[in-house]
Design a binder for this molecule. Sequence first.
Ligand SMILES: [Zn+2]
Length: 71
Amino acid sequence: MECFTCFDHKVIWVEDKYGRATCGPCPICNLHGNAVRKETEKFEKKIDEMKVRERFSGERKRRTMLSNKRK
Ligand SMILES: [Zn+2]
């Protein structure tokens, strides 16, 4: 746990202008939502890598099948 304001939830309970409780970004670790945006980017990058790996292994499988046929 890094943030003691939001306990790493990245959001805190705040009051809106009508005095209702609502969720807002943590001003300590998630100011303007930057931390969440960074995490999302990291996550999307990982998904992209997985997709590339999947495509690559599929290609290799097909090549193996082709070379097996030739024998
Ligand atoms: Zn925080």
